[in-house]
Design a protein. Structure first.
Length: 389
């Protein structure tokens, strides 16, 4: 039996331009998730850790950041847990590669001939691990955009050399119309022909897994969210490969949580909102420093409801990790008797509602929503109410 931990897309050192003054804290969350990954590997006593690319967000990192990573790998090596890393598309193995500038194995305190910390490159694309009865194949290019599929014409060593054949690829599985133009693309047909028992993938930040032929494949997703809309991030994979008494092979994949950030989507019916302060109070009850909250205001908005979503976000920002409030509610159409056609208000309501009906019939919903707002504001103004724009 072979037990491994599979992670990828840690993106250490990401700048997080969209997070403002919370960017540094998010970088620390990402490193904390990497440390939690190492803790889990030690706790579960795995044999091997696979890092399938983009351990670093870019090739430009301060030496201190690389040393922090090496210190974590040293913890694994001290417990005889091996680590195999491949560069990705962010920490690509080009001339400026961070893996050329820094020797991770040496920084982790292991010798050049050791297999405790290994970075696979185009010049050293595989490593034999006799103590684990396994070979790990890394399919890596020296350019961000691959000149071809990394699994093109690839077949793992002939069975019998080692019991387990593991692969590492950082790229997308081909989904016609969606991933065709990604930097690195493989097909399920190529995976099925690879002869691998397990293909450890990176690049997708959400957990995914499947099977092609006799090969199991999986993406662990980012161990901590790299962007605040990645609600399937935060996990790593524990993988157990086994052979039963009849020689049948099995691969079991288990998701484990290591990231702290959690996500919640909330739809709020505009008809249930008494006022902006009442909405803020309702959302404040969800306060959590680890929460990314995505709120949509839906339904039909009463004329008297005055909402400024930017103000709502600003008031709640200190109590959550990140908040987004979107108002997709519709302005109410006329209720009750409509003034006579020969009045300004009556003519305005009839003409505007007719225009809304035309737009909705043509499936031009965004324009129809804008005209609904025109109707709402126009009715208020013509009825003598003050309106704040």
């Amino acid at each position: 039996m072979l037990r491994l931990l599979h992670t990828a897309d840690v993106h250490l050192g990401a700048r997080h331009g969209d997070l403002g003054d919370k960017a540094a804290a998010q970088r620390e969350r990402q490193f904390a998730a990497f440390r939690a990954t190492v803790d889990l590997a030690l706790e579960e006593r795995v044999d091997l850790v696979l890092i399938a690319g983009d351990l670093f967000d870019t090739n430009t990192q301060p030496r201190r950041s690389v040393e922090r990573v090496a210190a974590e790998l040293k913890r694994l090596a001290a417990s005889s847990i091996r680590t195999v890393v491949i560069p990705g598309t962010h920490d690509v193995y080009d001339r400026a590669s961070i893996y050329r500038a820094h020797d991770l194995a040496a920084l982790a305190g292991v010798g050049r001939d050791s297999d405790l910390v290994v970075v696979l490159t185009p010049d050293a694309p595989e490593v034999d691990l006799p103590s684990l009865d396994a070979v790990v194949y890394g399919r890596v290019f020296a350019t961000k955009r691959a000149p071809r599929s990394p699994l093109e014409e690839f077949t793992a060593a002939v069975p019998g050399t080692r019991t387990w054949r593991l692969g590492l690829v950082h790229g997308s599985i081909l989904i016609p119309g969606r991933t065709d133009h990604d930097e690195v693309v493989v097909t399920t047909e190529e995976i099925a022909k690879s002869g691998l028992d397990y293909l450890a993938l990176g690049h997708w930040h959400s957990t995914q897994q499947g099977r092609a032929g006799s090969t199991s494949w999986a993406y662990p997703g980012a161990p901590e969210a790299v962007a605040v809309d990645q609600d399937r991030a935060g996990k790593v994979l524990l993988v157990t490969l086994d052979v039963d008494a009849r020689g049948a092979r099995s691969v079991a994949i288990e998701e484990r949580q290591v990231g702290r950030t959690r996500f919640e989507r909330l739809d709020v019916d505009a008809a249930t909102i008494e006022s902006q302060p009442a909405l803020v109070a309702r959302l404040a009850s969800l306060a959590d420093a680890d929460l990314v909250l995505d709120v949509r205001i839906t339904g039909v908005r009463p004329d008297e409801l005055d909402l400024d979503v930017d103000e709502v976000e600003s008031e709640l920002a200190p109590s959550v990790h990140k908040i987004r409030v979107r108002d997709v509610s519709l302005a109410a159409l006329s209720s009750g008797p409509i003034p006579a056609e020969d009045t300004i208000l009556g003519a305005f309501i009839r003409d505007t509602e007719a225009r809304i009906a035309e737009l909705e019939a043509a499936d031009r919903d965004a324009e129809a929503a804008e005209v609904r707002d025109v109707l709402r504001l126009g009715r208020l103004l013509l009825a003598g109410h003050e309106v704040t724009l």
